[in-house]
Design a protein around this ligand. Structure first.
Ligand SMILES: CC(C)(COP(=O)(O)OP(=O)(O)OC[C@H]1O[C@@H](n2cnc3c(N)ncnc32)[C@H](O)[C@@H]1OP(=O)(O)O)[C@@H](O)C(=O)NCCC(=O)NCCS
Length: 143
């Protein structure tokens, strides 16, 4: 697979709209997350990243700056582009971009079967499993 380009995109831009389309396909259609839970006010102020291959958005995630830490979320890669390191590339870019802001304190909530993806970046799961969007999740942080 060709190298992916990872870009920051502003909300309401064409590329961000493509990213939202991808989130709809992945989370709402594929994973059956309720529509009302997928998009929220944090989308208005989040830092949105997209991965592009061959001119098409094939991955996205968002980064939210919180008081205590930086939260990474909504990590999605199109079915056709999975298994080629796209999510890893975006996570690594997000951590590079935001590491200085909260002293490398990153946080996320991971679908339990995806914990291994984030462990590679120094995240450790803590606390009890909980349901989000109907799927089991664990909180993870790097500190
Ligand atoms: C999870 C997801 C984002 C991974 O994207 P990707 O670009 O394929 O991930 P990468 O190629 O960077 O994978 C890196 C590592 O993450 C882990 N991983 C990736 N996809 C995984 C999956 N579906 N289940 C469990 N672990 C997974 C593996 O350890 C993988 O390493 P390997 O390639 O040596 O096996 C993608 O499958 C996806 O969009 N799934 C649907 C949405 C979703 O579940 N988002 C994450 C919510 S926490």
């Amino acid at each position: 697979m060709a190298d992916a380009l990872v870009l920051t995109v502003p909300i309401f831009s064409t590329l961000c709209n493509e990213a939202f389309k991808l989130r709809r396909a992945v989370f709402i259609t594929e994973q059956k997350v309720p529509l009302e839970e997928e998009f929220d006010h944090d989308d208005l102020t989040a830092h949105h990243l997209v991965a592009i291959i061959g001119g098409e958005v094939c991955g996205t995630l968002r980064v939210i700056t919180m008081d205590e830490h930086i939260k990474i979320g909504r990590v999605a890669v199109s079915v056709a582009a999975r298994g080629h390191g796209i999510a890893s590339l975006m996570i690594s870019q997000a951590m590079k971009d935001h590491g200085a802001t909260r002293g490398n304190r990153f946080y996320l909530t991971a679908q339990t079967d995806k914990v291994g993806l984030y462990e590679r970046f120094g995240f450790k799961a803590y606390g009890d499993e909980f349901l989000d969007g109907g799927m089991p999740h664990l909180a993870m942080k790097t500190y």
